[in-house]
Write a protein that binds this ligand. Structure first.
Ligand code: HEM
Ligand SMILES: *[C@@H]1O[C@H](CO)[C@@H](O)[C@H](O)[C@H]1NC(C)=O
Ligand SMILES: *[C@@H]1O[C@H](CO)[C@@H](O)[C@H](O)[C@H]1NC(C)=O
Ligand SMILES: *[C@@H]1O[C@H](CO)[C@@H](O)[C@H](O)[C@H]1NC(C)=O
Ligand SMILES: *[C@@H]1O[C@H](CO)[C@@H](O)[C@H](O)[C@H]1NC(C)=O
Ligand SMILES: CC(=O)N[C@H]1CO[C@H](CO)[C@@H](O)[C@@H]1O
Length: 378
């Protein structure tokens, strides 16, 4: 009897161990950097999807009430995922994205257009860039973050399930309100940094985060990273996303009926800390996306680069893309970033890489850059 029970438990345990790669591997986990052996084991167990074409631009693209009765804020449930982006966190907490925090690229593009009026090109470029490095290209699912803080200790999982928290590909150093990777938690709101955000809004914007505040705070965060983070890396793509994200609170978190582009500290706290729209929030008055980034850069121009030998050793990296070499952002991203994560994809993974890279290029087809086909064509 005893030995029978023992045998049953033993069989159960070995069964669990045997299937553990698929049990432990979430449908939204990134397949980047897995070995050929791991891929051969995991990919056949995933539900493979043929990625659909992204949604087009909004039909009505003016301002409108988006904090409506169909999209109430709800607190997190046990397994809900939130991450480093206050925009996507807010969309999930209001049900513009699945409240779980796991979404398809098409759902993300729809949500950022519908609720924030992000323009179609920016929405598609940012989403497919994120999906290519952080999403699951077989299932067509992407997590908007790490695991929620609410569930206690993280369950064991492969190193690659980080979603948008995966460091140095999309998530990066010198965020306004998240600490650098070097300091540990790189995605939760950091209260010290958020205090600085509020303090700068008071000192330079009369209580509002406006363009002047964005310029001063971006400069301050870069200087802090140079002086305190020995591994500070400010090369592309982070070089671009840092300036773009500094513009987002002005472009997207200010009510579309308000001609003065400044975000009050009370409303900033709702978005950044609570993932919540203010009462009666209207989206931006016209499609937009990062158009203020160059104005933020121009106040304190800095070359893309990194600390090469400890703190205060910031050195320009001429191989990085910057505002003068924008096609290099696309080229380096495709060849170095994606190419490094997926050196030899086969089967459905290769097919979906080709499809998603095509969607990424479509988002910048008017830019004059040359499309690359590192994995061939279908
Ligand atoms: C379109 C898809 C989007 C993706 C994939 C995305 C992803 C991200 C990621 C990964 C970060 C963290 C970068 C870092 O600081 O290390 C971030 C930051 C940020 N995102 Fe998004 N985002 C998207 C759209 C939006 C939208 C629509 C908004 C505004 C409504 C927004 C607002 C922000 C802001 C303000 C930050 C900076 C946070 C900080 O520096 O503390 N994002 N986003
Ligand atoms: C917004 O919609 C109008 C009317 O359909 C259109 O003419 C305009 O090009 C759209 N703007 C953008 C930036 O898509
Ligand atoms: C918040 O950020 C500061 C400055 O980057 C860092 O020193 C501190 O350790 C961070 N706090 C937490 C709780 O992560
Ligand atoms: C930001 O607000 C401050 C305080 O009102 C003001 O002096 C500054 O000109 C504003 N910046 C911009 C770009 O409007
Ligand atoms: C906060 O947001 C709401 C809704 O968009 C807006 O009506 C209100 O004016 C904002 N508050 C301030 C102080 O700007
Ligand atoms: C790998 C990575 O970039 N992300 C880190 C962000 O912070 C979490 C929580 O501290 C770490 O577990 C991740 O490794």
């Amino acid at each position: 009897m005893l030995s029978n029970t023992f045998y049953t438990i033993f069989t159960l345990i070995s069964a669990i161990i045997h299937v553990s790669p698929s049990l432990a591997f979430p449908s939204y986990g990134s397949l980047a950097s897995l070995s050929e052996r791991e891929l051969a084991e995991i990919v056949p167990r995933l539900q493979s999807t043929n990625p659909p074409k992204p949604p087009g631009p909004l039909k009505f693209n003016g301002t409108k009430l988006v904090h409506d009765s169909a999209h109430p804020w709800k607190p997190l449930e046990r397994d809900d995922i939130r991450g480093p982006c206050p925009g996507l966190n807010t969309l999930a907490s209001h049900g513009y994205l699945p409240r779980s925090g796991v979404a398809t690229p098409s759902q993300i593009i729809n949500a950022v257009q519908e609720a924030f009026n992000m323009d179609s090109g920016t929405a598609r470029f940012v989403t497919y860039a994120a999906h290519l490095v952080d999403g699951n290209l077989v299932t067509d699912l992407l997590s908007i973050g790490g695991k929620t803080r609410k569930t206690g200790p993280d369950p064991p999982a492969p190193a690659s399930v980080g979603g948008l928290n995966t460091h140095a590909v999309f998530e990066g150093d010198s965020s306004m309100t998240r600490a650098d990777f070097f300091f540990g938690d790189n995605h939760s709101l950091n209260e010290t940094l958020f205090k600085q955000f509020i303090d700068f809004s008071n000192r330079f914007g009369g209580g509002f985060y406006n363009l002047t505040v964005a310029q001063e705070l971006r400069h301050q965060r870069v200087q802090e990273s140079i002086a305190t983070n020995p591994t500070f890396d400010f090369t592309a793509p982070r070089f671009f996303t840092a300036f773009a994200e500094s513009s987002f609170p002005i472009e997207f978190f200010v009510d579309g009926r308000n001609p003065v582009r400044g975000l009050s500290t009370v409303n900033a706290t709702l978005f950044f800390r609570d993932s919540k729209f203010p009462v009666d929030f209207f989206r931006a008055a016209a499609p937009t996306g990062g158009s203020l980034a160059l104005d933020i850069f121009a106040a304190y121009p800095i070359a893309a680069g990194k600390n090469v030998n400890g703190i205060n050793t910031y050195t320009p990296d001429p191989t990085s893309a910057d505002f003068d070499k924008q096609c290099l952002l696309y080229t380096n991203f495709v060849t170095k970033t994606v190419g490094g994560l997926y050196p030899k994809p086969t089967g459905v993974l290769r097919r979906n890489l080709i499809i998603n890279l095509g969607f990424l290029f479509d988002a910048i087809e008017d830019s004059g850059c040359t499309e690359l086909f590192p994995y061939g064509k279908l």
